[in-house]
Design a protein. Structure first.
Length: 336
């Protein structure tokens, strides 16, 4: 299934780049081949990324961050001398608010853009009320306002549901959608054939820039609530790796060059999480024990990767410990 975009192209991208007079903001990183990572500012620097793909004067955002990120996304367009009308697509990898919370507000500024979203997530982009209410019940109104803002709905006429294997064109570039459950049932990943790059959302885990050394990036799964499922996640990871990608653009955070250690590292941790999750399924103080088990796994795996400051690295991962334990508990309760 293909969705062509017919839009006039102004100056070619190469000319636009050569003549640009506005420097890129410090929160925008050029990745090469007209791909850009935008630090959305969520939680801390280099934690949450949106991506901008440019081709022949046309553009697409993959993930958007929260409402608070929208000024940064629009600033990235200005720095690249692209008008809001140059954006054809806004593509959330899934509808968790750190990935898609700002999508509705962003689209108010993009007059020609359409949204391509997983069919299980489309209704939440059209009417995000239930999504926001569920998160508010956990975090409270004040914290939700600080972290996310109130997400805005998208006109249903501007929303396209993706399908496994669907392609769309952006300028002369072809983007392909692949259904990737495991982190969430409403998750798809996007393949850029030109650069052999996957935009993976949370399917390929998280890989903070601080967790890199001479051996390369360190990666770990994210089981954030509430649809973590180990076996589908392993199948999705294997499907991404089967393309022999040159790189994986993860939301948390940045471009991760493909390396032989990444697949085994990620898949073995999913198995390990499933194993100690099963052991702790009926534990009296399950949440605390899941947190301890995650810290122990991270400490051992980080040491195996050659890191020395394990305590400092664990401090960086402490928020993920809490969130991943919650996600594992949701999986255990759902499968009991």
């Amino acid at each position: 299934m293909a969705l062509p975009i017919s839009a006039a192209c102004g100056r070619c991208t190469r000319t636009r780049r050569r003549e640009r007079r506005v420097p890129l903001p410090d929160f925008v990183e050029a990745l090469g081949a007209d791909l850009y990572a935008i630090d959305t500012g969520f939680e801390r620097p280099r934690f949450d990324a949106a991506y901008l793909i440019v081709d022949s004067g046309r553009a697409a955002f993959v993930d958007t961050g929260t409402n608070h990120a929208v000024p940064r996304l629009l600033a990235a367009l200005r720095a690249l001398e692209l008008s809001p009308a140059a954006v054809d697509w806004v593509i959330p990898t899934h509808v968790h608010l750190d990935h898609a919370g700002g999508a509705g507000l962003l689209m108010r500024s993009l007059p020609l853009a359409r949204m391509a979203v997983h069919p299980r997530g489309a209704r939440h982009m059209i009417d995000p009320g239930a999504l926001y209410a569920g998160a508010s019940a956990v975090y409270g109104a004040d914290e939700m306002a600080r972290l996310y803002g109130v997400p805005e709905g998208v006109d249903a006429a501007r929303v396209t549901s993706s399908a496994d294997g669907m392609t769309l064109t952006l300028g002369t570039r072809v983007l392909e959608f692949v259904d990737t459950p495991g982190h969430a049932r409403h998750h798809h990943c996007i393949w850029d054939a030109r650069t052999r790059t996957w935009f993976t959302g949370d399917t390929f885990g998280l890989s903070y820039p601080e967790l890199a050394n001479a051996r390369g990036r360190w990666v770990t799964p994210t089981s954030a609530p509430v649809q973590f499922d180990p076996e589908p996640l392993k199948a999705s990871v294997a499907r991404l790796l089967a393309r022999a990608p040159a790189a994986l653009c993860v939301t948390h955070f940045g471009r991760v060059p493909q390396a032989p250690h990444l697949g085994p590292l990620l898949l073995s941790q999913i198995d390990e999480m499933a194993g100690f999750g099963e052991r702790l399924r009926h534990a009296e103080h399950r949440h605390a024990q899941l947190c301890d088990a995650l810290r122990a796994m991270y400490a051992r795996r980080l040491a195996e990767h050659g890191f020395d400051d394990i305590a400092g690295k664990l401090a960086l991962l402490e928020m993920d410990v809490e969130i991943n334990a919650q996600g594992m508990a949701s999986w255990l309760d759902r499968t009991s």
